[in-house]
Design a binder for this molecule. Sequence first.
Ligand code: ZN
Length: 497
Amino acid sequence: MNLNEAIGRLNDAERDLLAYSHAMGVLSVDGDTVAPKNSAEGRAQTMSVLSGFYHEIITDPALREACGIILAAPEVDRVTRRRAEERKEESDDFFITPKDEYMAYEALVQEAGAVWHEAKGKSDWEAFRPYLEKIVDFNRRYAARKDASKAAYDVLLDNYEKGCSMAALDPFFADLREKLTPLIAAVGQKPQPDTSFITGRFPVEKQRIFSDKLMALMGINRDDCAIGETEHPFTDSNNKHDVRITTHYHEEDPTMSMYSVIHEGGHALYELGVGDELQGTCLEGGSSTGIHESQSRFYENIIGRSLPFCEALLPLMRDCFLQMRDVTAEQLWRAVNKAQPSLIRTEADELTYSMHVMIRYELEKAMMSGELAVQDVPGEWNRMYKTYLGIDVPDHRRGVLQDSHWSFGGIGYFPGYALGNAYGAQMLRAMERDIDVWGPVGRGDLSQVTAWLREHVHRHGRLLLPAEILRSAVGGPFDPSCYTDYLTKKYSEIYGL
Ligand code: ZN
């Protein structure tokens, strides 16, 4: 095979791989949104067959040879080189897992998802426990095959956030614990802001109209991005012209869906902003979970929960909700920044959010090392919520069963949420040096913020590694103190500390 033939082989394989990913992505979104409950078994069967075809293509010796030839050729352009690098690593990943075992695992996580859903509803930990045990076992075996010289959890962390390890995360989370625990306690001593005007009855019909206005405010092209409704909001992207976000409407509080739409809208803007030259390749998505979360949480919290954005938001809210008639932007800003330790990560405020992530990180680390048996996870979960957030967990539904991640095998995924918060705070500091952020945001103009993020983050897709993106955006290495400084300043102002 010469270099041209190798590039042709990579192009052909990518076309087929992306077609299978596309089909599986649409099936999965369908399963989460409109498919009937009993469709789960049939879908699991189809997914298992499709992933078998995917496995065949990605482990094809001719593709592996092609990637090797491309990587050995110094004259290859950097997009093709990165594609070969990514596909080679993905192929290696599949190569170390026998096809039968891989397909059985796909079927296991499909089933585990349905079991988790039911178990959560009934707060039935024992129903889910055997599935988590199998998922942890598989991931331990996978990690040992991939790199026996590394701790299993480090192998998983590196999959979600290239270059990430416990050696980097331990001091990061220790710093958060040290700086945020007293801040959370100090906020807890202060009177809480009035939130009465965002509780009551906000018809879902009106909230749907409000979602349209929010997406327009964010500059999201609706011809490229659709919105659906699910219990747990998410974003799924097939390419930059087919992005799906979802939200969940709570009739008694419009801000819950509002911040879901802004968060998922942030993920969507990332996918919609990837460079055209990367479309149709494995580089067309985001760089990592941490960088992805930095974008969603930048819009949700740093922009979305700022006083200038509340000024821009208020007229739109008044159009939809009569209750907002006499509310001021400052009242709204204080209300949406109410901070109080709570049980549910996805509903947590900006101040306590990363503590929920820290708890999951410590549990995953101990589960993967074997220090903590799966059966002991709920007890440890409850103990840590008491220690770090000062609250009692009343049942497993609002405790250890609240998140879907472990059911789909997403061990090592959570730290990305906290890293994303910290990356975002560091990006804000750099953005404020480059442009006037808050003047336009206060007038409802997010175009300059999005243009900055597009230039420094979005357009690169997966071409750059997370640390390279951060360095290109902020001009230096990761500095988590930006995040704790940002939270300290913000909450000191809101709560008068
Ligand atoms: Zn997210």
